[in-house]
Design a protein around this ligand. Structure first.
Ligand SMILES: C[S@@+](CC[C@H](N)C(=O)[O-])C[C@H]1O[C@@H](n2cnc3c(N)ncnc32)[C@H](O)[C@@H]1O
Length: 251
């Protein structure tokens, strides 16, 4: 596994935080300055994120097919960001209950007010740290499926196993991991060089540390150490790889 840094931020953000690891307060500051203060209405919010994330509609399509075929009723989404993809899932299947969580309070507040304005909604957004495994444990009871659109790469190998054992202990049957950190071997080498001999981009040496890069084999090794089997995996335009996992049922 290798650290991944992102330059995908404003020059002002990079000048202040280049080289830092993303945290809840930093994420929140970035969202406030780069998104939520600019996007004043629900339509603007949807348009902005649809435009930014239009590639990810292929992932929503894979997931909705899986949900319909397997009669999934309850989902928890880890690292939901804008919350738009979870909103679309609920629009596509009105029998679904979705709980989406992220540690970015600005985006959680915006998603709640635009997509889940009333308390009886079957779509809920929660401000929660994905590394707080006790809180995850408390909210995943009865979930049929855990999905992450591009956020599980924040975990190092030990944290990944902690998540998998919490899910296993709660009998969560399916996991769908649209993995944002999957790299080819060449990608790993290039990232290694970039990290150790950082080039100056936009006047800054390193971007902000968001997560970890791994090869497909390294990701599979993590899942092999858990009580989950990969039952489907393929490449998408949005993500180099996604993995669908099913819990081993010991009889
Ligand atoms: C690559 S983005 C994906 C966002 C969204 N799922 C999407 O596809 O548009 C990763 C998300 O994980 C969230 N995140 C990172 N670390 C987190 C943590 N420790 N706890 C909760 N959310 C976290 C970030 O705030 C961000 O929204």
């Amino acid at each position: 596994m290798i650290k991944l840094y992102s330059y995908n931020h404003s020059a002002k953000t990079l000048s202040k935080y280049s080289g830092s690891t993303i945290s809840a307060s930093l994420r929140n500051k970035i969202s406030k300055s780069e998104f939520t203060e600019e996007l004043k209405s629900r339509d603007e919010y949807i348009r902005h994120f649809l435009n930014l994330d239009r590639n990810k509609l292929d992932a929503v399509s894979v997931l909705i097919d899986f949900i319909n075929v397997n009669d999934i009723k309850s989902i928890v989404s880890l690292g939901s960001g804008s919350g738009l993809l979870e909103f679309l899932l609920c629009q596509l299947n009105d029998n679904l209950t979705v709980t989406a969580l992220d540690f970015d309070s600005a985006l959680i507040q915006a998603a709640t007010s635009y997509f889940s304005p009333n308390s009886v909604s079957t779509l809920k957004y929660l401000e929660l740290d994905m590394r707080d495994f006790d809180s995850i444990d408390a909210i995943i009871a009865n979930a049929d499926l855990i999905v992450s659109f591009g956020a599980l790469y924040i975990y190092d190998d030990v944290e990944y196993q902690s998540l998998l054992s919490v899910l296993n202990n709660n009998n969560v049957r399916y996991i769908v991991d649209f993995h944002a950190g999957c790299l080819s071997s060449l990608g790993m080498i290039k990232t290694q060089i970039k990290n150790s001999l950082p080039v100056i981009i936009n006047g800054h040496k390193l971007g902000i540390h968001h997560g970890f890069g791994r090869t497909d084999n390294q990701i599979r090794r993590i899942y092999k150490q858990s009580n989950y089997n990969i039952i489907q995996s393929a490449a998408l335009t949005s993500y180099r790889k996604y993995y669908v996992l099913e819990r081993n049922i010991i009889v």
